[in-house]
Write a protein that binds this ligand. Structure first.
Ligand code: SAH
Length: 211
């Protein structure tokens, strides 16, 4: 079946607007990014529904509204380099790569990372560095980061990520286990300002070992 992906992408963006996304650059990039390429082909017909979808290995591609909200929060601050924890499908990575100078992305499941790398290359996005590693450790050698975005829920805020945040930088992170909340953290020198936003639902940020 031939799908009208462009029409579907337009309708998704209209929905995101209704749901409070106002950043035109973010909306434009979402409209132009082929989400169907970031999931198994059998699910492509659902690519522009506002839902998270399975991508294998028990993981999901995040819901478009969540990607848009977190990206919009990040874009309220000047971010040149962004660290993403949890590459997953690479979709959030692709969105960020079109908005900031350089994206660093860490994923613990090698196979997902490999697939994401291939997709991002196909889309000609080259301002991305990827690492197979444990997100709890961040990416020390590339720090500090103006922005950090975590796309899996952490039981508490990883210390390494706080340390790797630049002065004036912003981190967006879902925190909690049974109940998760989106938290925005800003760094001012040695002070960290925390703001709790609404309830969210992410797969867990797995502690320790790689897969
Ligand atoms: N942004 C992604 C979300 C993927 S789901 C997308 O929209 O596709 C979250 C991802 O975090 C999963 O791929 C999972 O493997 C990864 N993850 C979980 N714990 C991790 C950890 N400790 N370090 C790095 N990645 C982790």
């Amino acid at each position: 079946m031939i799908q009208n992906f462009q029409g579907m992408a337009k309708r998704l963006v209209a929905l995101l607007r209704q749901q409070g996304i106002t950043n035109e650059r973010v909306l434009q990039v979402i409209q132009a990014t082929p989400r169907q390429q970031f999931m198994p082909e059998s699910l492509a017909h659902k690519a522009y529904e506002n839902t998270a979808l399975p991508i294998g290995k028990g993981q999901t591609i995040s819901q478009p509204l969540m990607v848009a909200s977190m990206t919009q929060l990040l874009m309220q601050h000047e971010c040149k380099n962004v660290l993403e924890i949890g590459t997953g499908s690479g979709y959030q990575t692709a969105i960020l790569a079109q908005l900031v100078e350089r994206v660093y992305s860490v994923e613990r499941i090698a196979e997902l990372q490999y697939q994401a790398k291939r997709r991002l290359k196909q889309l000609d996005l080259h301002n991305i560095s990827m690492r197979h590693g444990d997100g709890w450790q961040g990416w020390q050698s590339k720090a500090p980061f103006d922005g950090i975005i975590v796309t899996a829920a952490a039981s508490d805020i990883p210390h390494a990520l706080m340390e790797q945040l630049a002065d004036g930088g912003v981190m967006i992170i879902p925190v909690g286990t049974v109940r998760q909340r989106l938290v925005v953290i800003r760094r001012f020198g040695d002070d960290f300002e925390h703001k709790q936003l609404g309830d969210v639902k992410f797969v867990p940020l797995v502690p320790g070992s790689l897969a």
